[in-house]
Write a protein that binds this ligand. Structure first.
Ligand code: ADP
Ligand code: MG
Length: 663
């Protein structure tokens, strides 16, 4: 039997050997062909490389940029300059470029990968719409929101530009028509499709769409891919969209098709994410670009018509509404405005109370993610028609607002990050006229925000930047934004000033103050900087004692406690059911004289904001306690606290670090 089994196997082996030999004989010519194609590809690639280099150097010499090492896309004229000027006038009916538009368009015409940061309303769309009109083939625009896509497609059609959009709502028949146009161009009659707008989902999920692009690319009809609202790529951005992550497929499939990413918000932290996801090379400056990098443009992000201001917000909700109502009625009665609130419930309360307080003179509307689509449509319309003048909204109200005459953006509560704040306030004054951006701020709001950002990547760091901005009584708001957005040390903050003022100034790293914000116009006599080392020491000692006794305090509790309020008592944790610790009804007493040598002599507001200042300095920190229902935020000692607590009451003012605070 075993003999038979062995024979069987031998036969099978012989059969397989024969098959392998036959496959191999077929494989050899294919392998030769493969090697041949690869080497031919190399040759072509080298030729392309050479041509591109000479092309670039021709551009450089024609642009007379030889004095600097690099191409100045922003400041020079190029072989295509006359043609783009004509297209600007004839197709787009515009008389000139704004901000860094022309530089971006020049780089796009030069087939570069581009990252462009321009403020909301700055005119980012033109930077890819115009180049799309110049070459062959179709430019694909990836945009996160249907409303944004509709808007652009509508206005392009008004201009007579051949464009299409592909969304979840596009029918099969329409899709097939578009695919045909992408693949075949104008060869089958009709005009050439110039722009095709899609959502990131389409790129991530539709095989048919990607294969249409591959065909177009093979025919050299895919000049450029454009990613709008590119900050959605970053998980750190507040508008992160998971499908943006999948856009990495673009460079994998089409390594030589340039990508242009544009956004209004990009921070030092989000740029690397963006480059990584889109697989773009490191950035170089748009006015001295090397020949391989991603050309980076940041328009003067500062919009001189926006007047930034942080105003104190009273502790009581009712007084806060009065203060806001008074401000609106004094500065902008009847004007269009937005009030950003933290929660859906807040938008409703603020809208109701403002209406009541003003006896219907402030016509308010409510907008948040819970409002259904039809109602949202209605609110937009009422707002446009002036039946509503003040929209109380969460950040769900944002992308796609195209109302020029928003005269004020008020923050009833600060945003979770400075990126968010900048983006939200950017909705004011898109018509270029003077508008106000007012943050109503009180220190206690910080705790509520802390509980909201619990668990967010980098949430605390981002919130601290926001708090620093809100607490700052000295730095020009424009300078503060410029510093925050300076994308990397090699890209100077000077982008915040107008190009004309950059060339006049000798230093490239300084930003000129705006001259109109609260901090620029604040008389120096109205603020004073005080040495608060002793108060800080007292606060640390009190908190140390509370912690030692198993107590837990919120920022607001602590602000009272150090001032000798609340009978000097604080809540302590007790061992509850199943060994869980919770805040008990029990209170522990604190002897302020013994623990801290007396009360802290500051007002509630002043001590609250001092506590936040100390959190930003690392003397205090937030500590989170998540229950099944909420996240509680308590305040605890930070890593720096020991720098003061190791001294005694008598020696702390002469021995330790000095802490100052501006009131
Ligand atoms: P963004 O996408 O940067 O927020 P848009 O591209 O939507 O801004 O442009 C905002 C408005 O500015 C649009 O109404 C557009 O027509 C207008 N605009 C853009 N570029 C120019 C220009 N060079 N001159 C005049 N208006 C312009
Ligand atoms: Mg836009």
């Amino acid at each position: 039997l075993s003999h038979e089994a062995r024979d069987d196997l031998k036969v099978k082996l012989a059969e397989l050997d024969a098959e392998i030999a036959s496959v191999k004989s077929q494989l050899e010519p294919l392998q030769q062909l493969h090697a041949h194609l690869i080497s031919e590809r190399h040759t072509l690639e080298n030729q392309l490389q050479k041509l591109s280099t000479t092309h670039r150097s021709q551009i450089k010499s024609s642009a007379r940029a030889s004095t600097t090492s690099g191409i100045d896309y922003q400041g020079c004229s190029f072989p295509w300059s006359p043609a783009i000027a004509t297209t600007l006038r004839q197709v787009f009916k515009l008389s000139g470029f704004r901000l860094c538009q022309e530089g971006v368009i020049n780089a796009a015409m030069d087939d570069r990968n581009i990252v462009c940061v321009m403020p909301t309303g700055g005119g980012k769309s033109l930077t890819y719409q115009l180049p799309a009109m110049m070459g062959r083939g179709v430019t694909v625009v990836i945009s996160p929101l249907l409303a944004l896509i509709w808007d652009q497609v509508r206005s392009l059609k008004d201009l007579g530009v051949e464009c299409a959009m592909m969304t979840g709502a596009t029918t099969k028949a329409e899709q097939n028509q578009i695919y045909e146009k992408i693949e075949g161009g104008s060869s089958k009659g009709g005009r050439e499709l110039r722009l095709c707008y899609v959502t990131p989902e389409k790129v991530a999920k539709s095989k048919r769409f990607m294969s249409a692009l591959e065909k177009a690319n093979a025919m050299g009809r895919l000049p450029e891919r454009h990613v709008d609202e590119a900050h959605c790529c970053s998980q750190l951005g507040h508008d992160f969209r998971p499908d943006y992550k999948k856009l990495s497929v673009l460079k994998t499939l089409f390594p030589r098709v340039p990508i242009q990413a544009v956004t209004a918000t990009l921070s030092t932290k989000t740029l690397p994410d963006l480059l990584k996801i889109l697989q773009l090379p490191p950035v170089c400056d748009g006015n001295k670009a090397n020949s391989t990098g991603t050309v980076f443009f940041s328009a003067p992000l500062h919009r001189a018509n926006l007047h930034y201001k942080v105003l104190p917000k009273p502790s009581s909700a009712k007084a806060a509404i009065e203060r806001i109502g008074n401000w609106i009625q004094r500065k902008h009665p009847g004007d269009s405005g937005i009030i950003y609130c933290l929660s859906k419930k807040d938008t409703e309360t603020v809208a109701d109370e403002l209406r009541e307080w003003s006896r219907g003179q402030i016509k308010t509307g409510v907008y948040h993610a819970g409002v259904d689509d039809a109602a949202k449509e209605g609110i937009h319309l009422d707002w446009r028609k002036g039946r509503i003048n003040c929209i109380c909204a969460t950040i769900a109200f944002g992308l796609g607002i195209d109302k020029g005459d928003v005269r004020y953006v008020i923050h009833h509560s600060m945003s979770k990050s400075l990126d968010g704040y900048y983006q939200e306030t950017g909705r004011a004054g898109r018509d270029g006229k003077d508008s106000d951006c007012v943050l109503f701020y009180r220190g206690q709001d910080a705790s509520r925000l802390s509980s909201l950002i619990y668990g967010d990547v980098d949430g605390t760091a981002k919130l601290h930047e926001m708090l620093r901005f809100a607490q700052d009584l000295k730095t020009c708001r424009k300078v503060a934004f410029a510093k925050y957005f300076a994308t990397s040390s090699s890209l100077s903050t000077s982008a915040w000033d107008h190009p004309s003022s950059i060339s006049n100034s000798t230093s490239t790293s300084s930003v000129s103050p705006c001259g109109v914000c609260d901090n620029c116009s604040r008389p120096t006599s109205s603020i004073f900087t005080r040495n608060v080392t002793l108060e800080t020491w007292q606060i640390i000692k009190v908190l140390d004692e509370v912690t030692a006794q198993g107590g837990r305090v919120t920022l607001s509790n602590l602000a009272d406690l150090v001032r000798g309020l609340g009978g000097g008592s604080f809540g302590i944790m007790i061992q509850g059911k199943k060994g869980k610790r919770r805040m008990g009804g029990e209170k522990e007493k604190l002897d302020l004289n013994e623990v801290a040598g007396g009360k802290v002599g500051l007002s509630k507001e002043a001590s609250s904001s001092l506590l936040i200042h100390l959190t930003l300095l690392g003397y205090l920190q937030d500590s989170y306690h998540a229950t099944a229902y909420t996240v509680n935020v308590y305040i605890s000692l930070g890593p720096n606290s020991i720098r003061l607590s190791r001294f005694s009451h008598e020696t702390v003012q002469t021995s330790g670090p000095t802490i100052e605070y501006t009131f």
